[in-house]
Design a protein around this ligand. Structure first.
Ligand code: ADP
Ligand code: ASP
Ligand code: MG
Length: 413
């Protein structure tokens, strides 16, 4: 007998028919002699709608109350899924995150799981019951409801799979697996059979919202194999696993674009030691994550310092930058929120050269200006004008040979 965790995303439980389809899948797995833990997201657009409701009331909702509100979406789904399983004649019980002891820190709307008390789940599984858990939520030490950040149900599923030492964790979603790029943006993207934890982690944090990045960190740490597949068909999905030697032969596995950042420049900062430390100390004090940083060559003893921050933190970062400008005697603060970060990712980059050059060449041929560049061992990211994001994404996808074969044939004709 095995233990399998199955996670169903929002589209997979969007209406009664889909909930019934999900229930059938769950029961099939159970009938083959497995214990099953199911993690469910809020139906369809429920979470977005709940957020809109909050902003109809106030433009500064308390994050504690946001969590109270948003967590209700998943609670609806778990009850309905349990009922659908009952209707098929099988035992199931639904639980909120708090009820199954998912304890998090207290950072409302972006909480992290600290520990999970598995007693209640184990008891139900041992009784032969299918356990349905609300994704995306937990409680803090004072029993306040918390949520794990948008897309966080993946993390609930993987964390449960890790702590319960599940044999497998299936992520059922609205695409057939992980693709070389978001198939909504690049229709001729290709489905991957396997991808390493490191690659999907980079892709997920660089704009491929197919998996919550924290879920991959968990999966990698506890070595949980994840299988991403469609809830609408039985096609073979994508296995996310430890890297194998042959994976390095593929230089670029995927490309992603994110429009979540903004760029700030503090102009004409006196070029003396300690200025960068001062700037980024002040930004960090506000808990704002800086991603890329560049400093221009100094002219007449002054240099421009440019950095990117999450767009959602732009207003606050600008306030800090203005203050720093005055403290340091810099000239002015300018910003651009219409930027996009285009990234190529692949563990093969460790052993192959020329990837950066190829990416820069493609952008040059497309007459797209590169504003900033950053690299890691397995990724290269370029900041470009947001208006060119999708064109750049498609060109880079094609240039690295990632297009589906059918597309290549169409092009030849
Ligand atoms: P769920 O509600 O099941 O969690 P999500 O909407 O969070 O589903 O994630 C699935 C979506 O992720 C897909 O519909 C797809 O548009 C998007 N996506 C982005 N990048 C990729 C990628 N590289 N491969 C597959 N899907 C991707
Ligand atoms: N319902 C939450 C969201 O929309 C969590 C999830 O779907 O994973 O972000
Ligand atoms: Mg998701």
């Amino acid at each position: 007998m095995g233990l399998i965790v199955q996670k169903f995303g929002g589209t997979s439980v969007a209406n009664a028919e889909r909930i019934r389809t999900a229930a059938k899948r769950i029961v099939e797995t159970y009938k083959t002699g497995n214990q099953v833990i199911v993690v469910v997201s809020a139906r369809g657009q429920t979470t977005d709608e709940l957020i809109d409701l909050a902003y109809e009331i106030t433009d500064k909702p308390s994050t504690r109350e946001m969590d109270m509100l948003m967590s209700t979406g998943e609670q609806i789904s778990i009850a309905l899924v349990a009922m659908a399983i009952h209707a098929l004649g099988y035992p199931a019980v639904s639980f909120t995150g708090g009820q199954v002891g998912i304890v998090t820190d207290s950072y409302h709307t972006k909480a992290r799981i600290r520990n999970i008390n598995t007693q209640r789940i184990k008891k139900e599984l041992d009784n032969g019951t299918i356990v349905i858990v609300a994704g995306f939520q937990g409680i803090d030490a004072k029993e306040n409801i918390t949520t794990l950040g948008r897309g966080g149900s993946d993390t609930t599923a993987v964390a449960l799979a890790a702590i319960m030492k599940a044999d497998r964790c299936d992520i059922f979603t609205d695409v057939d697996g992980i693709y070389t790029a978001d198939p909504r943006r690049v229709p001729y993207a290709r489905k991957l059979n396997t991808i390493s934890y490191d690659e999907i982690l980079e892709l997920a944090s660089l704009g491929a919202q197919v998996m919550h990045s924290r879920s991959i960190e968990f999966a990698k740490k506890y070595n949980v194999p994840l299988y991403v597949r469609s809830s609408f068909n039985d096609k073979k999905g994508t296995l996310i696993c430890k890297e194998a030697k042959e994976m390095e032969d593929i230089v670029v596995s995927g490309v992603a674009v994110s429009k979540d950042d903004a760029k700030i420049t503090i102009r004409a900062v006196p070029d003396v030691p300690g200025q960068a430390a001062k700037i980024f100390h002040e930004i960090a004090r506000k808990n704002i994550n800086v991603d890329m940083i560049i400093q221009n060559a100094s002219i007449e003893g002054r240099a421009d310092v440019t950095f990117t921050v999450p767009r959602s933190d732009l207003k606050e970062a600008l306030n800090v930058a203005e203050k720093i400008k005055n403290d340091l005697g810099a000239k002015e603060v300018i910003y651009d929120s219409k930027i996009a970060k285009l990234s190529v990712v692949g563990i093969g980059m460790r052993s192959h050269s020329g990837v950066a050059e190829k990416m820069f060449r493609v952008l040059a041929d497309e007459k797209i200006n590169i504003q900033m560049i950053s690299t890691s061992e397995i990724k290269i990211s370029c900041v470009i004008d947001e208006a060119h994001a999708d064109r750049a994404l498609r060109s880079v996808h094609t240039a690295f040979g990632l297009d589906k074969v059918e597309k290549a044939e169409v092009v030849k004709v």
